[in-house]
Design a protein around this ligand. Structure first.
Ligand code: UDP
Ligand code: MG
Length: 330
């Protein structure tokens, strides 16, 4: 088996408008390095022509591989599958929409050769994104940092180069709600940043609607910190202390000016609503964690694969799947 220097991992979800261009730009850059490489596209259950285009590319170029998911499992899971199947000495995770410039890869490889195990892309600017996204992203990375003990760098996405040994370490982390950039920080190793300007999407629309973004954001916080739970108990302690003080005041009032009690309806409702709100919020936080425990306890595989293309060298017991051609119908 030939040695592969670099595996490029590219998740693709409904990206028919960009696939061909991404393929061209990536192969252009990778060819210029002059080393053996592979590009692994993960078709994350696309409903458009992405799969057909990728299959055709794979047909013509054996360096291009495809992992076809049985349905949409999400961006983070797609990246994970790419890492599971990659054979390179190092691997680069890059978005399929050309927002992360492939031209940065040779530079990343150079830094890796100088002894770094993780080279992550740090966005110094984000072109073509809404003010809302820029602001929430900025705020979020800072909140995340303050809530977790893991040193997650601010303003970085999943665009990064990782060494083989980092990948092997990541494979040992079985968790289901994956927040890959956090996990990469968690495993440690020698890490460094490379700054870049995040471009506009080449074509198409973002595949991260608000709902998915919120889920990712929650995963980031919940899988690296239980501070929200601590917060719940702090707030609980403070509120019950304050309630106790107020109770004493109320009892005194009742004893010394009984008529004041009759005017207390509004405050009663206010207190009741406020406390119920807080309690529900706390229950929600606990629920989030319990939901995640449930997900882990079920122990389902992270993803289901429909088909692998150009991966004959890695089908077998290690990857736990075998394929046979379907008999044509008579
Ligand atoms: N993606 C994916 N599965 C999903 C959503 C997104 O594989 O469920 C891929 C998508 O095709 C793209 C990358 O993840 O290559 C980043 O997604 P996108 O560009 O939509 O996110 P944004 O850059 O807007 O945050
Ligand atoms: Mg994008």
């Amino acid at each position: 088996m030939d040695k592969i220097l670099c595996s490029v991992i590219v998740p693709m979800y409904n990206e028919e408008e960009v696939v061909t261009e991404t393929y061209k730009r990536l192969t252009g850059v990778m060819d210029s390095i002059g080393e053996n490489y592979e590009i692994i596209f993960i078709n994350d259950g696309s409903r458009d022509n992405t799969k057909a285009i990728l299959s055709e590319i794979c047909e013509n170029n054996k360096k291009i591989k495809m992992i076809d998911f049985a349905r949409n499992f999400g961006h983070q899971v797609a990246i994970t599958a790419g890492m599971d199947y990659a054979r390179g000495e190092c691997m680069v995770i890059i978005d399929g929409d050309l927002q992360d410039p492939p031209e940065l890869i040779p530079e990343m490889i150079k830094i890796w050769r100088n002894g770094y195990d993780v080279v992550y892309g740090k966005r110094i600017s984000r072109r073509g994104e809404t003010l809302f996204k820029k602001f929430t992203a900025k705020a979020y990375y800072r909140i995340l940092r303050s809530l977790t003990n893991v040193d997650i760098p601010v303003d970085t996405g999943d665009f990064r180069l990782i060494d083989r040994k980092v990948c092997e370490a990541l494979k040992q982390l079985p968790e289901r709600s994956r927040y890959v950039r956090g996990l990469v920080s968690w495993v440690g190793f020698k890490q460094t940043a490379i700054e870049f300007e995040r471009n506009e999407r080449f074509a198409g629309k973002t595949k991260y609607p608000l709902k998915k973004m919120l889920k990712l954001a929650m995963d980031g916080i919940m899988s690296f910190s239980y501070k929200p739970l601590k917060l719940a108990s702090y707030i609980g302690a403070i509120l019950s202390g304050m309630s106790f003080l107020y109770l004493i005041i109320v009892v005194f009032k009742k004893l010394f000016s009984p008529e004041s009690v009759q005017t207390g309806w509004t405050s009663l409702i206010a207190v009741s609503l406020f406390f119920n709100g807080i309690i529900l919020l706390m229950l929600g936080i606990i629920g989030e964690y319990i939901g995640r425990i449930y997900e882990e306890a079920k122990g389902r595989p992270l993803y289901i694969i429909n088909e692998l293309l150009n991966m004959e060298d890695r089908i077998g017991p290690r990857y736990n799947i075998q394929y046979h051609e379907r008999e044509p119908k008579p």
